[in-house]
Design a protein around this ligand. Structure first.
Ligand SMILES: C[S@@+](CC[C@H](N)C(=O)[O-])C[C@H]1O[C@@H](n2cnc3c(N)ncnc32)[C@H](O)[C@@H]1O
Length: 286
């Protein structure tokens, strides 16, 4: 949890805590701060923008954290829309410290599956148990490495491939080898009924050197010891939207700035932007 990609889940939790305390917050996640305080590595990180070095001018705690707040809100709204339209199985791949099972107003009968690595889920349970959290829906955590075979564990946990589902891979595919991303898409396609959907985040193309020099990467490395560029998988990325399209799925691809405009707050484009390649894809199986 305190190293590598598990640590990125704490970064996103800190961002959600900061977002929660903003006067114009896009998301209310009162569990996020508990996760940040519970891990020795992150206990001293800011959970309010007033406590962040450089405040809103910080590329990490200002702009990047706002990006995570926006991303959380957009996928919250998407998952709730799908669940309310009848997708009562919600599968969160690389769920990390996502507290959606606890904080969203799910329709009756929803089951939320959370897939992540064992140590991340163990830490999550310890913190949630410590604050006496109980989800209003059925929640089924599944410890698995998403680079390997994981469908069996999901089916064993009760997932029904004949019933409608909504899936999310948020902040996950960037870290997976290209082959694992392709297998993941293949697996999801094989496990879902028509009308089910998959939303995910990717970076398109390779970020040019000038973008890799964006201060957000150095700040994140220097202030909290997370080398995002080192953690992102270095292989050329697959075009999963095209892959899903070839399988008959309909797909819509958005930049984060589209949602900034819709919701009236969030990051705006900047020169040599580390968010310029980020895309949120919403795919539905017809
Ligand atoms: C940046 S965090 C995002 C967490 C969550 N989706 C969110 O947005 O708050 C990435 C998560 O993906 C998980 N992850 C990365 N690679 C994984 C793998 N091979 N198998 C399972 N989980 C993985 C990490 O453990 C971490 O919790």
């Amino acid at each position: 949890m305190e190293r590598g990609v598990g640590l990125t889940a704490l970064l996103v939790a800190a961002a959600r805590a900061i977002e929660t305390h903003r006067h114009d917050s896009l998301v209310q996640d009162h569990y996020a701060e508990h996760f940040v305080r519970a891990a020795p590595v992150s206990a001293g990180w800011p959970t309010r923008i007033e406590d962040a070095p450089d405040g809103d001018a910080s590329p990490l705690w200002g702009r990047l954290a706002r990006y995570f707040g926006l991303r959380t809100r957009v996928f919250d709204d998407h998952l709730l829309r799908s669940a309310r339209a009848g997708a009562h199985q919600v599968v969160l791949l690389g769920a990390g410290l996502d507290s959606r099972a606890f904080r969203l107003d799910w329709p009756p009968g929803c089951v939320v599956y959370e897939v992540d690595r064992d140590e991340v889920l163990a830490f999550k349970h310890r913190v949630l148990d410590g604050v006496g959290a109980t989800p209003p829906v059925t929640r089924r955590p599944i410890a698995a490495d998403l680079r390997d075979e994981w469908a069996g564990a999901l089916l064993d946990a009760g997932y029904d491939p004949t019933a409608r589902s909504t899936w999310l891979a948020e902040g996950l595919l960037l870290y997976l080898p290209a082959g694992a991303e392709k297998r993941l898409v293949d697996t999801v396609d094989s496990l879902v009924t028509p009308g089910s959907d998959l939303a995910y985040e990717v970076k398109v193309g390779v970020e040019p050197e000038k973008v890799r020099d964006n201060p957000v990467y150095a700040t994140t490395r220097q202030q909290i010891g997370i080398d995002l560029l080192g953690l992102f998988d270095g292989e050329p990325r697959p075009d999963s939207a095209a892959d899903l399209g070839a399988r008959g799925w309909s797909t819509t691809t958005r930049t984060p700035f589209h949602s900034t405009r819709l919701l009236g707050r969030g990051p705006e484009p900047e020169p040599d932007d580390a968010l310029a390649a980020n895309r949120w894809v919403f795919a539905t199986k017809p």
